[in-house]
Design a protein around this ligand. Structure first.
Ligand SMILES: [Zn+2]
Length: 78
């Protein structure tokens, strides 16, 4: 058996796993509206997601930072 290189059938077995690559995770399209798990940058517009930090979201593209409400309380440390 010298033929053991290009197997067509093997490729079939390789299905994309759930949560393998995550871009699609960010989008949750319901009908016409897009509800996103991530916040998108108000400056850059939709499609540019902001990085999630503990107390804020920040855009890696333009540098916009938006603090979450939660942090407002947390920042006030007597
Ligand atoms: Zn931005």
């Amino acid at each position: 058996m010298g033929k053991a290189g290009v197997g067509d059938s093997t490729a079939d077995k390789k299905k994309p796993l759930k949560g393998e690559v995550a871009v699609y995770k960010f989008y949750m399209i319901e009908g016409n509206s897009v509800t996103r798990n991530k916040r998108d940058c108000p400056r850059c517009g939709k499609g540019v997601f902001m990085a999630e930090h503990r107390d804020r979201h920040s855009c890696g593209k333009c540098g916009f930072t938006e603090f979450t409400e939660h942090s407002k309380k947390a920042t006030k440390k007597r």
